[in-house]
Design a protein around this ligand. Sequence first.
Ligand code: ZN
Length: 147
Amino acid sequence: MLLTIQTGQDNPILRQKTNKVKRITPEIKELILNMIETMDAKQGIGLAAPQVGQSLQIITIRPDPQQPAIVLINPEIIKKSFKKDIVEEGCLSLPSIQVEVKRPVSITVKAININNEQIKIKTDGLLSRVIQHEIDHLNGILIVDKK
Ligand code: ZN
């Protein structure tokens, strides 16, 4: 099911801190599948639950359409590189806005996946950037704050 994307930099749901997911219920799994479907339909490479009106710590990511989507629940960045770079980013919640954002090049993130397994991802490049962008959403931070 396609979900409605919340838009606007003053939209309250996009500005609040999200809640941790306590249990991966069938409803949570359904939300995740709908998020992936919505992300793909909008040709986004990442989506955070507040963007579909759910104040929960869930992100879905698919930087490469040939690869399966990555689901991170309660993600936490545990390490980031000193080295940063600047890349122009867009956001499904801020259509027609592009912002140059400075971020650490590589990160290590821990989270749980849809099967309630602990996972740890060390990555750089586009995946690192998308994960950081989506985790910002979980803290009510938008790219316009990064100007
Ligand atoms: Zn975004």
